[in-house]
Design a protein around this ligand. Structure first.
Ligand SMILES: [Zn+2]
Length: 277
């Protein structure tokens, strides 16, 4: 198996992986989407709420704020030695106390949440929670825990993950003779993957596979049959978008940890089944 990273930033990772079956690619996608634990607010105690929003709406908004996650320090409540009742190893407390002393309406942001663990804070301090009028107050206490997205989407560790086939376009320019002055492929390709600047023979641009969506329109419209669109077997281009909850290296490590755990569990359960011969 080989892997090549195409793009890496704090919020996006794109890579090509070769020698991977589609079943394995899909297992990776599904584990990343639904089973990587992430921190999110799960319980809120509202002590004072003068805002126009109901307590429930504020609680829901707090739950959806992405929090930076530390998987080394914290346990999932079901795996914690406290039995899930809440202890410093499975729960983080965040408080918010804001009084509007100005003469203008005041916006309360995610940055107004004060965490008892400086590592577990909102990924962005400018996520709006609610607006309050002058002399109004909001006082609340929230508890964040680890969870997984198959239980609630607020625990989703990535914003999006998808993979696509690796395109291969065979362009036989010896067949391309009759429509050189008004190349239809050059005009029809939605990703503009054909260069027709010399007005004679269209050429495929370099690295066309990075943006080709395998829409097949070039193969369909080329009157000379000079184009064949295909894809490489067992090769996929993965894209992962993150809101910054977990760094990508921890995310990838965790995928394989969970996957191997599932294999072990499967083998163990298989051993318990008596198969009649
Ligand atoms: Zn605990």
């Amino acid at each position: 198996m080989s892997l090549e990273v195409l793009e890496k930033s704090d919020h996006k990772l794109t890579f090509v992986v070769e020698g991977l079956s589609i079943e394995m690619a899909n297992a990776i996608r599904r584990i990343i989407l639904t089973e990587i634990p992430a921190m999110a607010i799960d319980e809120v105690i509202i002590l004072k709420n003068d805002s126009p929003l109901y307590d429930e709406i504020i609680s829901h908004r707090l739950g959806m704020i992405p929090l930076k996650t530390d998987l080394k320090t914290y346990n999932l409540p079901r795996d914690c030695s406290c039995g899930g009742f809440g202890c410093p190893l499975c729960q983080v407390s965040l408080t918010c106390e804001v009084t509007n002393t100005t003469n203008m309406p005041l916006e309360i942001y995610s940055g107004d949440l004060k965490s008892n663990d400086p590592k577990i804070i909102p990924v962005d301090p400018k996520i709006p929670i609610v607006k309050i009028d002058k002399n109004d107050k909001v006082i609340l206490e929230a508890y964040a825990i680890l969870g997984v997205a198959k239980e609630h989407v607020k625990w989703q560790a990535v914003s999006n993950i998808f993979y696509r086939f690796y395109p291969i376009i065979d362009f036989d320019d010896t067949k391309c003779t009759k429509c050189t002055d008004k190349c239809i492929v050059f005009r029809m390709c939605p990703e503009k993957l054909y260069d027709f600047s010399d007005k004679k023979t269209p050429k495929l641009v370099d690295n066309y596979w990075k943006t080709c969506t395998l829409c097949n329109s070039c193969q369909q419209v080329c009157p000379e049959g000079a184009i064949k669109v295909n894809w490489k077997d067992n090769t996929y281009i993965f894209s992962i978008e993150s809101d910054g909850v977990l760094p990508f290296n921890i995310l990838i490590e965790k995928v394989f940890e969970i996957f191997l755990g599932k294999i072990d569990e499967f083998t163990e359960r298989l051993g318990d089944i008596e198969i009649e011969s």
